[in-house]
Design a protein around this ligand. Structure first.
Ligand code: IMP
Ligand code: MG
Length: 188
């Protein structure tokens, strides 16, 4: 398998987009405390940049989720691997995600967290791929809407690699061996 990276968003583009998103969030939550919840692992880089641009009092937490596999693509059931450490009842919660694809993860997570009665629950993502939605989901804050490409860098991975790249790239995979499918290479 040959992999080729094509730049999609540079560090500079990401920096100014994160500033823009943080300005909106600062306006919307002025005078309130915000519990910022990162969805592991992909959101960790974006979240680290975002929170350093936030001006209200902020508490940080993380949640880790995993899809069950093919069965759950239709059912939309997502497994919580690591739950929040904080209780969210009565708090303003902002979920931070790297990319929204089918929408199943956030649809399920939001439903689960809403049941805990937060004061408010919103979602902020750096990337959105709406053309691949299986369920309706619109983020409250979105950095860039992208077409149906597999992307890596800035926290996003392919088989756990590339998360450390400071820019975002389209990953082109060119099969040399026709017995190797995309799934077997470990990319979603
Ligand atoms: P979904 O919206 O439930 O399909 O899941 C979104 C999750 O799938 C993201 O948090 C990523 O972990 C992963 N994902 C979707 N598209 C990409 C991509 O292009 N690159 C890397 N990870 C992706
Ligand atoms: Mg993810």
């Amino acid at each position: 398998m040959l992999e080729r990276l094509e730049i999609l968003f540079t560090e500079e583009q990401l920096r100014s987009k994160v500033k823009e998103l943080a300005e909106q969030i600062n306006r919307d939550y002025q005078g309130k405390e915000l519990l910022v919840v990162g969805i592991l692992r992909g959101a960790f880089v974006f979240m680290a940049d975002l929170v350093r641009n936030l001006e209200m009092p902020v508490i940080i937490d993380f949640v880790a989720v995993s899809s069950y596999g093919d069965d759950t693509v239709s059912s939309g059931v997502v497994r919580i691997l690591k739950d929040l450490d904080e209780t969210i009842t009565g708090k303003h919660v902002l979920l931070v995600e790297d990319i929204i694809d089918t929408g199943l993860t956030l649809k399920y997570l939001c439903k689960t967290l809403e049941a805990r009665k937060p004061a408010s629950l919103k979602v902020c993502t750096i990337l959105d791929k709406p053309s691949r939605r299986k369920v309706e989901f619109t983020p409250d804050y979105n950095g860039f809407t992208i077409p149906d490409h597999f992307v890596v860098g800035y926290g996003l991975d392919c088989a756990q690699r590339y998360r450390n790249l400071p820019s975002i790239y389209i990953l082109h995979q060119e099969c040399q061996d026709i017995s190797l499918t995309k799934g077997e290479a470990g990319c979603e």
